[in-house]
Design a protein around this ligand. Sequence first.
Ligand code: FMN
Length: 142
Amino acid sequence: MSNAIIIYDTRSGNTKLLAEKIMKRLEDLEVSVEIYRDKEFKSIDSIKDFEIIGLGTPTHAGQMARTFKKFLKKVNQLNLQGKKLIVFGTGADPNSPPKICNDIKEMVSPTGLQVIAEIGCVTKPTDDINKEIENSIQKDMF
Ligand SMILES: Cc1cc2nc3c(=O)[nH]c(=O)nc-3n(C[C@H](O)[C@H](O)[C@H](O)COP(=O)(O)O)c2cc1C
């Protein structure tokens, strides 16, 4: 059984909902999942124990949330070569989620993580995004 860790930031809950939908998809694919808000998550080193890593943030002033950026700076100290990355992000402007996903990818590129899926959502995720999540995350990716 594969395992995954999902770490996200949120202020009003949209990115948390998206993180939970991604968790549900992974669980449906028989992946065991742990999920944390960035500020609750302290054991950075333990990320190395997971095969799939999910990272997501809302957009604040055109950028990822400040606390999430700080968190990613710590993640960047790890060698995560061979592990898979799912990036996700939310924003009010439709251009923001893809941009924020790119920012996450660029920021963690020194870790060697391999990106397998990018999931963006404008504000609060509804059930409409489930299909996109299903298409983006498939069993043969891990
Ligand atoms: C302080 C603040 C700044 C924001 N700045 C932007 C922005 O620059 N671009 C954008 O598309 N959305 C912006 N938003 C909207 C949020 O990114 C969007 O509502 C997001 O889904 C919130 O996620 P959350 O519920 O997980 O906190 C901003 C929201 C807040 C609270």
